[in-house]
Design a binder for this molecule. Structure first.
Ligand SMILES: C[S@@+](CC[C@H](N)C(=O)[O-])C[C@H]1O[C@@H](n2cnc3c(N)ncnc32)[C@H](O)[C@@H]1O
Length: 310
């Protein structure tokens, strides 16, 4: 396998892209991640979006013997799953609950490699009680760390109709943002939306019938999730701190799933390269290979960018 726009380099790890029976939990762009992250025995690697540990497990394999992985996630529930999944590497990793704004204080010092696989995990979306899903009914929450911040329900109550429209238009790239925001505020004022199914229903009614190619609530839910979790601000924090957290020669890999995220990553990497703090390893974003998209539909929107600290 050769990442699409770097034919001069060969991946060192030919990791399989299957991860058991459940395609929903296959780590995205695993082969490309290992290629650009280039983890070696004895190295210290920070997986800043550890999730259930899919990528972390393969990174751990590559840094043995003597390596150490620091797995970070803002979701304590998912870290408990990672703990079990990584049990075979006991002693070689530590898991920490934190968001990106806490990264610098959390790491013991500059590391050899850092990895970010942005967004939510399918394990979070698949749990209706977390409030991310418009397919299964749950409370209107959407927080990756339910112990902090405000649930979606409270934000929907406090945002003005104009503010809500802006969130849905900008983060969700939703052309019917005005209608949807109006319908949501009206529902809040009358019945008071409480669950994800109720919200999905309100969006469904607000969107014209002939526009229904994807589920009509997809973009609205994405926008609210980004807003609730301050995902873009968090990413900006991580990008700003990145050079100080990498050793000279250290690599950072970021996978994003949203054009706004990818734009932030692209600009931040360019600025760092201009200051000669990093070398950009991916002139264009790397996209998943067709064989991966076939078995893991979530990966179809993934874009991977990588740098090396100079
Ligand atoms: C796409 S999943 C990662 C999946 C993981 N690579 C795997 O293979 O299992 C993204 C994870 O990042 C976490 N996350 C997202 N934004 C975060 C942030 N700002 N700080 C810390 N963790 C974050 C989410 O809670 C989620 O578990």
């Amino acid at each position: 396998m050769t990442p699409s726009n770097s034919s001069d380099r060969r991946p060192k790890h030919e990791a399989p892209i299957t991860a058991g029976q459940n395609a929903a939990h296959i780590p995205a762009m695993l082969r490309e991640t290992l290629f650009y992250l280039d983890p070696k025995p004895g190295e210290v690697v920070a997986d800043c979006t550890c999730g259930a540990g899919g990528h972390a497990k393969e990174i751990l394999r590559a840094i043995q013997p003597g390596g150490r992985l620091i797995g970070i996630d803002r979701d304590a529930e998912i870290l408990a799953i990672a703990e079990k999944n990584l049990a075979g590497f006991a002693g070689g990793f530590e898991l920490r609950q934190s968001d990106f704004s806490g990264l610098e204080q959390l790491l013991p010092g500059p590391v050899d490699a850092m990895f970010f696989d942005l967004g939510v995990s399918s394990l979070q979306v698949d749990r209706p009680e977390r409030g991310f899903s418009f397919i299964a009914d749950g409370p209107l929450d959407m927080r990756m760390d339910p112990s902090r911040g405000s649930p979606a329900r409270r934000l929907l109550r406090h945002l003005s109709e104009k503010e809500l429209e802006k969130v849905i238009r900008e983060y969700g790239e939703e052309r019917f943002a005005r209608r949807i925001a109006g319908a949501i505020k009206q529902a809040m004022a009358t019945t008071g939306l409480r669950t994800t199914a109720e919200l999905a229903d309100v969006v469904l009614r607000a969107v014209p019938r002939h526009e229904r190619r994807i589920h009509p609530a997809t973009r609205t839910f994405l926008a609210l999730r980004i807003y609730v979790n301050r995902e873009l601000e968090e990413l900006e924090d991580a990008l700003a701190a990145m050079p100080a957290m990498l050793k000279p020669g250290g690599r950072a890999v970021v996978i994003s799933y949203h054009s706004l995220e990818d734009r932030l990553v692209k600009h931040a990497f360019r600025e760092l390269a201009k200051k000669e703090q990093v070398e950009i390893l991916t002139k264009k974003p790397i996209r998943p290979q067709p064989d991966e998209v076939e078995i893991n539909r979530r990966s179809r929107s993934a874009k991977l960018r990588a740098i090396r600290r100079t």
